[in-house]
Ligand binder design. Structure first.
Ligand SMILES: Cc1ncc(COP(=O)(O)O)c(C=O)c1O
Length: 386
């Protein structure tokens, strides 16, 4: 058995890349901003818009205050409003559905695929039929979440949505850098929202996000909604409802620095995931990544029936881990009135999933210690069962 590594193992490491990029590069970038004074949505945010659009291959990118703002701004651009049904996975961080409810529309929760943990297209179809039959809501949009960084079954989801007259918003908060059949996150669906929260694959040192689109019209609407619905011609005429969704320029400078190492970090996350995939016992069911796709591995997540016992065992052995998400959104208090459908798969997942240490700076010794500790748990369980 590998000895426990002498340095602590982290579930995420939000600071490690500073050493690689060099703190002085961040400080110099901050100094430039202090001197030019464009603190909110300054020149660095526009440079970032361009670099991110180029990176993802989308025509437009508009950075904003957070991933939640990005989701909300995209739905505002589509004029999502009361009376609209927006179909969304329940097995996600609350923001994926919160943006719908904040605009007065109705989140219609959709169950997950048991292997990918993402929106199950068959249940999406079922939910659409139910809403149509009831005849009270207007079919408006689908929010498809790439949970833990792994792309959804977009061909199928887009086909279902488009044939029902709906747009698809990808919630790529956890999956910026992922690839769906040769296309990068940001350029797969009608619009995409991402987050630069510190634990995300591409991160800042606070809150930040971005909306990606491929039409000038949608991008102009996002930009207008980001500053209170301002008219581009007359800044004192607000022509629609909007919000304060600007990106803080210091955060844009952080993301610009982080972009320098992003591809290497994605490769390192992938190498770690392969080590886990190949060496963790089959006792643990691993999240399935679709063929010809690559996850950004915001998290590496398995599921097993004795999750809580495994979690306690790992913690006893100095391995941090997290149950994301212990409560699907439809079971949370504020969402009770939209808890209208049976969602057995995501309810089961919330009791069985566990995310284990995953960040690009997790050394091999720590990875192997995690694997051996988990496998020793699996061996004990399997021996007992035999
Ligand atoms: C799937 C998902 N959607 C949306 C968000 C919201 O992003 P932010 O925290 O930047 O508002 C998150 C952040 O955790 C997320 O994981």
């Amino acid at each position: 058995m590998t000895n426990k590594p002498s340095k602590p193992i982290n579930l995420f490491d939000v600071q490690a890349s500073q050493k690689i990029i060099g703190q002085e590069n961040f400080l110099n970038a901050f100094k430039t901003i202090l001197n030019h004074g464009g603190y909110a949505q300054g020149p660095e945010t526009r440079e970032l818009d361009e670099k991110l659009a180029n990176y993802s291959g989308s025509k437009f990118c508009s950075t904003c205050g957070s991933g939640t703002d990005a989701l909300t701004l995209a739905l505002m651009a589509w004029n999502v409003k009361p009376g609209d049904a927006v179909f969304v996975s329940s097995f996600t961080f609350v923001a994926s559905a919160e943006c719908v409810a904040l605009l007065g529309a109705t989140p219609v929760f959709v169950d997950s695929d048991p292997d990918t943990y993402n929106m199950n297209p068959k249940d999406l179809e079922k939910a659409i039929e139910e809403v149509k039959k009831e005849g009270k809501l207007n079919l408006k949009a689908v929010v498809a979440v790439d949970i833990f960084g792994s792309p959804c079954d977009y061909d199928t989801i887009m086909n279902i949505a488009h044939k029902n007259g709906m747009k698809v918003l990808s919630d790529a908060a956890q999956s910026y850098g992922s690839v769906y059949k040769g296309t990068k996150a940001g350029n797969i669906t009608d619009m995409t929202a991402t987050s630069f929260y510190p634990t995300k694959p591409l991160a800042c040192y606070g809150d930040g996000g971005a909306v990606f689109s491929n039409t000038n019209e949608e991008n102009e609407l996002v930009k207008s909604c980001r500053v209170h619905g301002m008219s581009p011609e007359d800044h004192y005429d607000n022509v629609r409802l909007g919000m304060t969704g600007r990106m803080n320029t210091f955060q844009a400078a952080v993301v610009l620095q982080k972009l320098k190492v992003f591809d290497q970090e994605l490769k390192d996350r992938y190498t770690i995931a392969k080590n886990y995939d190949n060496n963790l016992s089959d006792y643990f069911r691993k999240q399935r990544v679709l063929d010809n796709c690559q996850s950004a591995y915001a998290l590496y997540t398995i599921n097993c029936d004795d999750r809580d016992e495994l979690m306690a065992y790992l913690k006893e052995n100095g391995i941090p881990c997290g149950a994301y998400y212990p409560r699907p959104v439809h079971t949370q208090t504020a969402y009770a009135k939209w808890n209208t459908r049976s969602l057995p798969v995501c309810e089961k997942l919330s009791k069985t999933v566990l995310s284990i240490p995953m960040h690009p700076y997790l050394d091999k010794e720590s990875q192997d210690y995690v694997i051996e500790t988990m496998n020793s748990f699996a061996a004990k369980k399997m021996n007992k069962a035999a």
